[in-house]
Design a protein around this ligand. Structure first.
Ligand code: ADP
Length: 492
C-alpha cells in the first residue's frame, strides 16, 4: 500500500509532544511491513535540521491557490532516520512557518489551513496517488474536507483518508476567511451543523469536526479515550459528532518505537541494560544524580517528564514534588510550560528548591536528558487530568521505571495497579493507579510505591522487570491501522 502521512510534527525533527513520536513510529512500522510511506510536513525554521539526511530542494515551483492569488512554495525532501519526508516552504510575507515556534501564533488556524491546502496541491501537482492519506489532529482537519469537496474532482477521487485525533482539547477554530482563503467558499454550506459548524459557537468553523465528518475512518489514540470522548465532556463538545459517526470511529493504542526507546541500545544513556541485567539500571541512576547534582543516596527517585499544563494535572505534579521530599524520596522534573502563569509558578519553585540536594527541576525541552531520566529513575509519575494515550508511562515501563498514574484515557489501557486491579492477574500488574484528582489520592498511590521500594526491594524489582517485558511496540497498532486502511480502501 502507498500511504502518505500529513502532519504538523514528526520526531525527532519536529517534536512538541507525543504526536511527533506517533507519526514517526507508525510510519516506520508500516514501512517494515512492506508499505511505501511518505510524510508531508511544514518546513519550520526552528526544526532540528541535524536530524535530516540528504536534505534537498525537490520541487521548485509549487503554486498554492490562496485567496484570489497563489503562494509560491518550494518543497524540500530528506530522510529523517530512514523515513522520506517532504517539507513545504511557502514564500510569502506571512512567513507562516518562520516564527521560531511550531504552535502558539495568533494565526495558527490560517497557518495550518494553508499547510493542509499546500499538502494536497503538492500531491496533485506531483501526480502522487496514495491509497491512503493519514492526517493527524486539528492542524490537518481540513485535508479530508478539501479532498472531498474539491480535489476529488481534479484527479484525486480514489484517495481515502484516515484521521487520527491525538488531543480533543485543541480543535482549530476558524471563521469565514478560512473558506475564502482555501477556495472552499460556500459559506452557507459549510456553516451547516452536519458540516463544519462548531457544535457550540454557530459563528465558528471547527477544523477537527470537519476532519471527523469528511474522513473515511477516524481514530483516537486509545480504546478507553475513544469511549471517554464519545460519552463524556473529555470530547470537548465533539461527543455528539462522534456519536453520529460512530461506525467509523475507534480507538487504537499508540505504540512505542523500540529502536529509539530501548535501554538495551539507547545511545543517550551511559549504561545499557535489559531485564536480565537489571542491576545496571542503578549505574544510570548514579549518572543521573551526578548530572543533576543530586545527593548520592539510597532513596527512591521519582520523575515527571512532560508538558506542564492543565491536561497533565500540574497541581498534582507540584504536590508530588513536595510529597516525595516529605517521604524522603528524590524528585526530578523535566517539563516545559507554554502558559505564562504555569511557567512562572515552576520557575519560582525551581529557585525556591535550588539548594535542595534531593530535587531538580529542569524547565525546557531536552530529548537527550529525557532518556537518562527514564533510565535512572525508579518511578515515573503521570497524574493527568485527561490523557488520550500517554507515552511516558509506556516508555517508563520499557526502562523498568514503575509508573504511578491517574486512571484516565490510555493510562487505563496500559497500567494495571499492583495491589488492586481485579481484571489482571497479579503477575501481569505493572504499576500504581489512583483515580481522584485530589492530593490524597496521589499520596496514597505514591506511598504504596515508596513503601514497596523501601521495605520490599526484591518485590519492587520484580514489578519493574515485569513491566519491561510488556510489549507496547508498534506491532499490534500496526496491524490495527493496516486493517483500517484495508477497510477504507474498499469503501466508496
Ligand atoms: P503529549 O503528547 O500530551 O505531550 P505524551 O505522553 O503522549 O504527551 O508524549 C510526550 C512525549 O514527549 C514523550 O516522548 C516525552 O518523553 C516527550 N517529552 C515531553 N516533555 C518533554 C521535555 N520537556 N523534554 C523532553 N521530552 C519531553
Amino acid at each position: 500500500m502507498y500511504i502518505v502521512q500529513i502532519a504538523s510534527e514528526c520526531a525527532p525533527v519536529i517534536k512538541a509532544g507525543g504526536l511527533g513520536d506517533v507519526v514517526y513510529g507508525l510510519s516506520r512500522e508500516l514501512e517494515i511491513r512492506g508499505n511505501c510511506v511518505e510524510i508531508i510536513l511544514p518546513k519550520y525554521d526552528c526544526m532540528r535540521y541535524d536530524h535530516i539526511w540528504g536534505f534537498h530542494e525537490a520541487y521548485r515551483d509549487l503554486q498554492v491557490p490562496w485567496y484570489n492569488a497563489a503562494i509560491h512554495c518550494s518543497v524540500y525532501c530528506g530522510w529523517v532516520h530512514g523515513r522520506v519526508c517532504f517539507f513545504i516552504e511557502p514564500h510569502s510575507g506571512d512567513n507562516f512557518f518562520n516564527r521560531g515556534c511550531y504552535y502558539g501564533c495568533d494565526d495558527d488556524n490560517m497557518r495550518f489551513a494553508f499547510f493542509s491546502k499546500a499538502a494536497l496541491e503538492f500531491l496533485q501537482q506531483s501526480n502522487k496517488k496514495p491509497n491512503i492519506i493519514h492526517c493527524h489532529d486539528w492542524q490537518t482537519g481540513l485535508v479530508p474536507v478539501m479532498l472531498h469537496e474539491m480535489y476529488k474532482y481534479h484527479g484525486m477521487e480514489y484517495q481515502r483518508v484516515c484521521y487520527t485525533i491525538h488531543n480533543f482539547k485543541h480543535q482549530g477554530i476558524g471563521g469565514v476567511q478560512t473558506l475564502w482563503a482555501t477556495g472552499l467558499n460556500r459559506e452557507d454550506y459549510y456553516f451547516q451543523y452536519d458540516k463544519l459548524r462548531d457544535n457550540f459557537n454557530p459563528f465558528a468553523l471547527n477544523f477537527m469536526k470537519g476532519g471527523i465528518v469528511y474522513s473515511n475512518a477516524v481514530t483516537t489514540v486509545s480504546p478507553n479515550h475513544a469511549e471517554e470522548a464519545r460519552t463524556t465532556d473529555i470530547g470537548c463538545g465533539l461527543g455528539h459528532t462522534l456519536y453520529l459517526h460512530r461506525d467509523k470511529f475507534s480507538g487504537v493504542l499508540n505504540g512505542i518505537d523500540y529502536d529509539f526507546w530501548n535501554p538495551e541500545i539507547d545511545r543517550y544513556i551511559p549504561y545499557n541494560y535489559s531485564y536480565d541485567g537489571f542491576a545496571q539500571k542503578l549505574y544510570n541512576k548514579k549518572a543521573l544524580q551526578e548530572r543533576l547534582m543530586l545527593r548520592h543516596s539510597d532513596k527512591p527517585l521519582i520523575a515527571y517528564i512532560g508538558r506542564l499544563d492543565h491536561q497533565k494535572g500540574v497541581h498534582l505534579v507540584h504536590h508530588a514534588i513536595y510529597h516525595a521530599l516529605k517521604k524522603e524520596a528524590q524528585f526530578v522534573l523535566l517539563g516545559s510550560a507554554t502558559e505564562a502563569g504555569i511557567n512562572a509558578q515552576f520557575q519560582h519553585e525551581k529557585q525556591f528548591l535550588n539548594s535542595n540536594p534531593d530535587v531538580h527541576l529542569e524547565l525546557g525541552f531536552n530529548e537527550e536528558l529525557s532518556h537518562l531520566i527514564y533510565a535512572g529513575a525508579d518511578m515515573i509519575i503521570v497524574p493527568s487530568n485527561y490523557e488520550p494515550c500517554g507515552l511516558t508511562q509506556m516508555i517508563g515501563l520499557k526502562y523498568g521505571t514503575v509508573p504511578i498514574v491517574r486512571g484516565v484515557g490510555g493510562l487505563v489501557n496500559t497500567v494495571f495497579d499492583r495491589d488492586y486491579d481485579q481484571n489482571v492477574p497479579p503477575e501481569n500488574r505493572n504499576g500504581y493507579v489512583f483515580y481522584d484528582t485530589d492530593n490524597y489520592a496521589l499520596e496514597s498511590a505514591m506511598d504504596r510505591a515508596i513503601a514497596l521500594w523501601i521495605q520490599y526491594p526484591q518485590e519492587f524489582q520484580k514489578l519493574a522487570i515485569g513491566g519491561m517485558q510488556y510489549d507496547y511496540s508498534w506491532n499490534d497498532p500496526g496491524d490495527k491501522y493496516l486493517e483500517i486502511y484495508d477497510w477504507i480502501k474498499h469503501k466508496s
